[in-house]
Write a protein that binds this ligand. Structure first.
Ligand SMILES: Nc1nc2c(ncn2[C@@H]2O[C@H](COP(=O)(O)OP(=O)(O)O)[C@@H](O)[C@H]2O)c(=O)[nH]1
Ligand SMILES: [Mg+2]
Length: 199
């Protein structure tokens, strides 16, 4: 059941989960479009973690709101970023509950990490029947996108190129997810209307 709701006159609210492997660009993607509202739990990377040159990591979650102006009232996308590491799996399930859409961020330079992304998708799709995309960050030339499409095809998620640091690119990605979520909403409205006839 969708948790989407009109919050007073005008604003339509969607819950989107942003997931994907460690360092793929989740926090970056959210902060690119939701910097003003960003709540993040970045902390120094502990020495036990293989972090490369990354100096901060997410231990909890990121949260940010991106508002899409719409003729019929604003559409508010509430972006919930999950911590990437497997030990935070329980958080993925909590954050996915009631989600209207998902964005799986992957590193196009590192196909080996896509298996981990597939694991995230399995957990998220079990927790929430929601549309979404695989956003290929960093490198997304045609060959990379083709490889990603082959790897993620069975998930039903659309594979899209995305630059997590580029607002226009992130907005494009979010609009694709939003379109899927709106389509679901219309389908549910239609089936609700059908159910109403029983009353
Ligand atoms: N140049 C560039 N840097 C990026 C991009 N996406 C992420 N980064 C950087 O890569 C590092 C890891 O990204 P982050 O968003 O923290 O990954 P997360 O673990 O998935 O949240 C950070 O230092 C980011 O600033 C991108 O599209 N372009
Ligand atoms: Mg992060």
């Amino acid at each position: 059941m969708m948790e989407t709701s009109r919050d007073g006159p005008g604003t339509l609210i969607f819950k989107l989960v942003v997931s994907g492997p460690f360092s793929a660009g989740k926090t970056t993607l959210i902060s690119t479009v939701a910097a003003q509202s960003l709540v993040t739990t970045e902390t120094a990377v502990s020495r036990h973690e293989d972090a490369g040159d990354k100096t901060a990591t997410t231990v909890g979650m990121d949260f940010g709101v991106f508002v899409v102006p719409d003729d019929e009232g604003d559409i508010e996308l509430r972006l919930h970023g999950t911590p990437g590491q497997e030990r935070f799996r329980f958080m993925w399930e909590i954050l996915a509950e009631g989600a209207d859409g998902m964005v799986i961020v992957v590193d196009g330079r590192d196909p080996a990490s896509w298996n981990e992304a597939l694991g995230h998708i399995t957990v998220l799709q079990a927790a929430a029947d929601a549309p979404g995309v695989v956003a290929v960050n960093w490198r997304h030339d045609e060959a990379t996108l083709q490889a990603a499409r082959a790897r993620f095809q069975h998930t039903g998620l659309e594979v899209v190129p995305c630059d997590a640091i580029d607002p226009a690119s992130v907005m494009n990605t979010l609009v694709i997810v939003l379109a899927g979520a709106l389509e679901r909403l219309e389908q549910e409205d239609a089936s609700m209307a059908g159910a109403g006839e029983w009353l």
